[in-house]
Structure formats: C-alpha cells, structure tokens
Design a protein around this ligand. Structure first.
Ligand code: AP5
Length: 231
C-alpha cells in the first residue's frame, strides 16, 4: 500500500456528507473514507445496487429514483440499520447521501447511541444550482470501480473508459436535466432543514464546494481535524 493511502487512524465516529445533488459528496466521501480506512456508505449506491439486482427494495425504489424523489424513510432506514451492523463499521463510517430527512437524522441518532457512537460530524457542502447542473450533466461513473469523472472538469484519459480499471463510463439515468430539477427540489424541501438541525447540535462544518476537488479535499481535511479536536 502506498504511503499516502495508509489510514491516518481510526475515525471512531459517523461522518455525514450533507449537500445537494452534484455538490461532490461521493467524490469527497470516497477520499475521506480511504484516508481513515472506514467504509464509505452511499445510500444512493446501495439503492442502485438493489435496483440492478431487482430485489424487492430495488423494484420499489426504481420508479421513485427515476422521478428524482426520495425513497421512503422506512425502506432506507432498514437498509442502513442492516449495513452498520456489519463488523467493518465498528470503528466509524462515512455517510454519503444519508440522512436526507429530519426523521432519518433522528433515527440515525438513536442507531448511533445504540452502537456506542457519539454525535456525528457533519460536512455541509455549499454550492450554487448553476454549477450543480453542469456537474451532474457532465458526470460519468465507472461500472466496475465506481470512480467518478466529469466530461467538463475531470475527463478520463480515454473517452468513456476508466483510467483505473478500464471499466466503461456511464451516465446515471437520473442525471437528465428534468430529473435533476426534481432532485434539487427534493433537496431544498426535505433535506436542507438538516443544516439547521445539525447546526443546533454542533459539530457541523461549512465547506465551499465550488472550489477544485483538491481544494475542497484540503478544506474538508482541516474541518475534520478541527471537529475531532473539539470533541
Ligand atoms: P444519490 O446517489 O445520493 O445522489 P445525490 O444526492 O443526488 O448526489 P449525487 O450522487 O448526484 O452527487 P454527489 O454530491 O455525490 O456529487 P459527485 O461527487 O458524484 O441519490 C440518488 C437517489 O437515490 C436520490 O435521488 C433518491 O431517490 C435516492 N436516495 C439516496 N439516498 C437516499 C436517502 N437517504 N433517502 C431517500 N432516498 C435516497 O460529483 C458530481 C460531479 O461533479 C462528478 O462528475 C464529479 O466529478 C464532479 N465534481 C465533484 N466535485 C467537484 C469539484 N470540486 N470541482 C469540479 N467538479 C467536481
């Protein structure tokens, strides 16, 4: 393992990436999870896997995701509760796209207490809607390793092919402009109240997500260090 990939220590916390679609939650959550050797728990990825495998959950979630709406809390919470039971979560984990409603956040608080974790750290990614649409319409994802590219700002070396593993790069079905608008609306109405919810509880850091990927990564690293120092 290369030196820079070696985990820097245990996270021992739940870390939440909160931000609108396309703000860079997945891009940054992967980096941070690797840095701490913690699992990256993307509820979007988990749901897409259920859809691909045509499980009962996937069959319920598919039309909802295609419309850009949120999957009902009861379904998402059961899926997350099962995931954090697994042994790889015992030293903390990084959530990407969860929680997304106040009810999910309240339930997460109970789950964390039950598993002996303290309050979560929350990284709030802030960015304008104009930039989000460019990022989402330009996003391409590797079908093998899930690496995220952008045809405008972060293209692969060879068009349509992942630099890491040669996998095909595909566009997500919900990255069409009309679905993106529905997703942004769902964020505004159902998820953005979580900013105040977590601000009141403390341990929330605001990050300017319009900067470049390395700059955002650097700001997040500093924010996590100061959140850890404040515990
Ligand atoms: P989900 O998969 O979570 O999608 P999302 O929240 O809409 O977020 P995205 O994955 O689109 O964006 P991101 O913030 O991760 O950005 P990324 O890093 O990829 O959810 C999909 C659906 O599943 C939901 O609509 C809902 O139906 C359902 N769902 C999921 N969780 C749920 C829950 N908890 N409850 C209910 N329903 C749920 O970056 C985007 C692009 O920008 C990429 O191309 C990237 O390369 C580029 N980029 C990133 N950072 C930068 C930068 N700093 N500069 C330039 N380009 C950048």
């Amino acid at each position: 393992m290369a030196l820079e990939q070696r985990p820097v220590g245990k996270l021992d916390h739940a870390l939440i990436f909160l931000g609108p679609p396309g703000s860079g939650k997945g891009t940054q959550a992967k980096v941070l999870a690797a840095k701490y050797g913690a699992p990256h728990l993307s509820t979007g990825d988990m749901l897409r896997e259920h859809v691909a495998k045509r499980t009962p959950l996937g069959l319920k979630a598919k039309p909802i995701m295609e419309r850009g709406e949120l999957v009902p809390d009861s379904l998402v919470l059961r899926m997350v509760a099962e995931r954090i039971e697994r042994p790889d979560c015992s030293n903390g984990f990084v959530f990407d796209g969860f929680p997304r409603t106040v009810a999910q956040a309240q339930y997460l608080g109970e789950m964390l207490k039950y598993h002996g974790f303290a309050h979560p750290y929350v990284i709030h990614l802030i960015i304008s809607n104009m930039l989000l649409i460019r990022r989402l319409t330009g996003r391409r994802t590797c079908v093998i390793g899930g690496e995220i590219y952008n045809i405008f700002d972060r293209p692969p070396k060879v068009e349509g092919i992942c630099d890491n593993d040669g996998g095909e790069l595909i566009q997500r079905p919900d990255d069409r402009e009309e679905v993106i608008r529905a997703r942004l609306l769902a964020y505004e109405k159902q998820t953005s109240p979580l900013v105040n919810y977590y601000r009141r509880l403390g341990f929330l850091a605001q990050i300017d997500a319009s900067k470049s990927v390395p700059e955002v990564e650097q700001e997040i690293a500093q924010a996590v260090a100061s959140l850890r120092g404040a515990r």
